[in-house]
Design a protein around this ligand. Structure first.
Ligand SMILES: Cc1cc2nc3c(=O)[nH]c(=O)nc-3n(C[C@H](O)[C@H](O)[C@H](O)COP(=O)(O)O)c2cc1C
Length: 187
C-alpha cells in the first residue's frame, strides 16, 4: 500500500495483456458493497482503440499530456438505478462509496501486479458518456490510467516535474477523531 502512488509519466510503448486486465477487474469485482449491490462497472479502453480515441478527445487540458500514454484506461461508472431488465442499482445512496472502494482494490492489485495507476476525473463526462453509450442508469465517475512508469525525458516539463513533487496528506489528528467528531484521536 505504501508503494501505491499516481505517476504522470507512463511508458507509451507498454501493452497490457488480457490476463493482467482481468486480474485488475477481478479485484474490483470482489470488493465488498452495500447489500452486495455491486454498482461498479468499467469500460476497458486500450491505448489507441476507438473508445480510447473518444476519451482522449474529451480530456481536460491538464490531463492531455499523460493520460494518452498509459497502456489502458478503465472508465468507471456506478450503477445508480435498475437496468432495462430491472437488475441492480438498488442501493443508489451507496453506489459512489462502493464504486470508489472497488477502484481502491483495483489500484492495490495494480501495485501487486507490478503496474501503476492514476485516476482522473478531468474529462467531459457528458460527451464521453454520450459517445460511448453509457446508459442513464450508470453515472460515469472517473477514469483509471494503468500501465508502467515511463521516461520523464519523453514528456512535457510540467508532467515530468509532477513526478518528483512531494506527496502530502492532512495530519491524522484532523482526519481521525475520538469521543466526539472533531476531537483528535491521539495514539
Ligand atoms: C476521483 C479522482 C479524480 C482525480 N482526478 C485527477 C485528474 O483529473 N488529474 C490528475 O492529474 N489527477 C487526478 N487525480 C489524482 C489525485 O490528484 C491523486 O490521487 C492525489 O493527488 C494523491 O496522490 P497519490 O495518488 O499519488 O497518493 C484524481 C484522483 C481521484 C481519486
Amino acid at each position: 500500500m505504501r508503494s501505491r502512488w499516481s505517476p504522470s509519466v507512463f511508458d507509451a510503448s507498454h501493452e497490457l495483456d488480457d490476463g493482467e486486465l482481468a486480474l485488475l477487474l477481478e479485484a474490483a469485482r470482489w470488493a465488498p458493497t452495500c447489500g452486495n449491490a455491486q454498482p461498479a462497472q468499467f469500460l476497458v479502453c486500450r491505448r489507441g482503440d476507438e473508445a480510447h480515441q473518444v476519451l482522449v478527445r474529451h480530456l481536460s487540458r491538464g490531463n492531455t499530456g499523460w493520460v494518452p500514454r498509459a497502456s489502458a484506461v478503465l472508465l468507471v461508472g456506478a450503477q445508480i438505478a435498475p437496468d432495462e431488465s430491472g437488475e441492480g442499482g438498488y442501493k443508489p445512496f451507496h453506489a459512489d462509496y462502493d464504486t470508489g472502494q472497488a477502484v481502491a482494490h483495483l489500484t492495490l492489485q495494480a501495485v501487486a501486479s507490478g503496474l501503476v495507476s492514476h485516476q482522473f476525473a478531468g474529462f467531459d463526462h457528458d460527451a464521453v458518456a454520450a459517445e460511448l453509450g453509457v446508459p442513464d442508469h450508470v453515472r460515469l465517475l472517473a477514469g483509471i490510467a494503468v500501465g508502467v512508469p515511463g521516461d520523464p525525458a519523453e514528456v512535457s516539463e510540467r508532467d515530468a516535474e509532477r513526478e518528483s513533487k512531494p506527496r502530502r496528506r492532512r495530519p491524522l489528528e484532523r482526519t481521525a477523531y475520538a469521543g466526539r467528531w472533531g476531537r483528535p484521536w491521539l495514539a
